[in-house]
Design a binder for this molecule. Structure first.
Ligand SMILES: [Zn+2]
Length: 288
């Protein structure tokens, strides 16, 4: 079983405020240690579930947070400035087939605009809401869309309770691991890191076991894992805080400027829609 693990920081247990997720903050090192802990929990669980190949994609901020020497030696780690961001390294191989059998999302968080989700945002602080097929969604939904197009089901999503509730609506087949309860955008009550790691480990094991069972057509508790499939065309809409930001995001060919502060992109190809979303976020980031 080939396992892809995308790890963010805002949804890690014990991380409750955006400031310690910033590499410049004095508490950032402590956040990295917590992130390493849950990442190793996911790796151990994946191994317990039968993983033979594991790639960890460091998916937070500048994307070189994890300390490689502290990670479980069974996994490879992808770090640095990656054009494909949180889904880098998961694209199909030369034969066009899926590169991984299952994806695990660790340290994930609720969507931009969620009223209580801990450090809720989508890809940057620029969007105030992101919608897929007309429904608000977050990084978990957009990343699941493109991974699904590449033939990879999402088997686990770990973060706070607000995220778990959202994921139940978008990826009902995925294991949902809760490591903290959202108290508000900048506060959460977390279980102890050792408890969080064990929850992630157990969830990762179940997810990989279910992926293996799904692949061989065997019955499995929780049912088979699925890829996220949506009706065509795929429609991604982003609402920005200011019109000028939307203007810049909408300069992308094919993008449509809608409403006061919105941008819409439609494509029959989910990968094209995702690329347009990501490009729009980057263009939005260029506005002062
Ligand atoms: Zn994030």
């Amino acid at each position: 079983m080939r396992v892809y693990i995308s790890v963010d920081m805002e949804g890690i247990g014990g991380v409750s405020h955006p400031r310690p997720t910033d590499p410049k903050d004095v508490r950032y090192g402590a956040s990295v240690a917590l992130m390493v802990g849950e990442t190793n929990g996911a790796i151990e669980g994946a191994l317990d579930g039968g993983a033979t190949d594991i790639l960890v994609n460091d998916s937070h901020w500048n994307m070189y947070n994890l300390l490689p020497a502290d990670l479980h030696p069974a996994a490879r780690v992808l770090q640095g400035q990656k054009a494909w961001s949180m889904v880098a390294g998961a694209m199909p191989g030369p034969d066009g087939g899926p590169s991984f059998d299952v994806a695990l999302f660790v340290g994930y968080h609720a969507r931009a605009g969620h009223p209580t989700g801990t450090i809720a945002h989508t890809y940057s602080s620029a969007p105030v809401e992101t919608r897929l097929a007309g429904r608000p969604t977050g990084e978990y939904g957009l990343n699941a869309l493109v991974l699904g197009a590449w033939g990879i089901p999402v088997g686990l999503v770990a973060g706070d309770d607000a995220l778990a509730e959202e994921v139940a609506g978008w990826l009902p087949w995925a294991e949902r691991v809760v490591v903290k309860t959202a108290d508000g955008t900048n506060s959460a009550s977390s279980v102890h890191p050792s408890v969080a790691c064990e929850r992630v480990r157990a969830g990762a094991q179940r997810a990989v076991e279910r992926a293996a069972a799904s692949a061989s057509g065997r019955d499995v508790p929780g049912g088979p894992l699925r890829t996220l499939e949506l009706e065509r065309p795929i429609v991604i809409e982003v609402e920005y805080a200011r019109g000028v930001v939307a203007d810049h995001a909408a300069i992308l060919p094919g993008a449509e400027r809608v409403g006061d502060r919105g941008v819409r992109f439609m494509s029959d190809d989910p990968v094209v829609a995702f690329r347009a979303f990501l490009a729009g976020i980057r263009l939005a980031g260029s506005v002062e």
